[in-house]
Design a protein around this ligand. Structure first.
Ligand code: CTP
Length: 193
């Protein structure tokens, strides 16, 4: 009935899953609730919370060469969930929020970590914050965008950040941006043994 969550259409993630499948990858898409159908050839695992997403990612990781963290995971969850609808009263309502795990940081910190790609959704200081996230989470590649450029729409304008620096991509439909991201990450992938 009521929930605390982040706003996300899922369009960028689903475009990426489709682009990865079209590039020949076996794709597992761990997805929160969105109004999109799973792209052809992609295995979707549906979850409703950050904790469920962490478990589903963990279960899907063995054998993965690449992990792309695109979800707008909520950084906090309510401390307790009410069993029944919380009725309104005239008073202020306080809800205690507890931090969620950072799924991407946890995956990247594993000894057997796959090649990890992160996203950085910022409302300002894109270069500083996105490159900061890349270093803090020890990621070889981060895709940064200003939320006002991409949220909910069909187009996106992103900048890729890797060890070689920043690589701005032109504003384009999310399907094209996804293909460009996959091409870039494929170039960075270590050669398979
Ligand atoms: N992410 C995650 N688990 C979380 C929060 C974020 O895996 N609990 C991942 C996102 O999927 C994204 C990256 O971390 O790939 C960055 O997410 P973003 O919301 O931009 O930033 P945060 O790391 O949450 O930091 P802040 O909210 O302070 O900007």
């Amino acid at each position: 009935v009521r929930g605390i969550t982040n706003s996300s259409s899922g369009k960028m993630a689903y475009s990426l899953a489709r682009a990865c499948a079209q590039a020949g990858a076996d794709v597992t898409l761990v997805s929160g609730p969105v109004a999109l159908s799973a792209p052809a050839g992609v295995t979707r695992v549906s979850v409703k919370s950050a904790l469920q997403m962490r478990d589903a990612v963990s279960a899907a990781l063995p054998g993965c060469d690449v992990f792309i963290g695109v979800a707008a995971v909520a950084d906090y969850r309510p401390d307790t969930a009410a069993e029944h609808k919380i009725k309104k009263s005239g008073d202020a309502l306080q809800i205690t929020l507890t931090p969620n795990p950072d799924i991407l940081a946890e995956v990247a910190a594993r000894r057997d970590a796959p090649f990890c790609v992160g996203f950085a959704a910022e409302s300002r200081n894109l270069d500083e914050y996105a490159e900061g996230k890349r270093r803090a989470k020890k990621l070889p590649l981060v895709v940064g965008n200003l939320v006002q450029d991409g949220l909910g729409g069909d187009d996106n304008q992103v900048v890729l950040y890797d060890a070689a620096g920043r690589h701005p991509l032109p504003r384009a439909p999310k399907a094209d941006v996804a293909r460009a991201i996959v091409a870039h990450l494929a170039d960075l992938l270590p050669p398979r043994p």
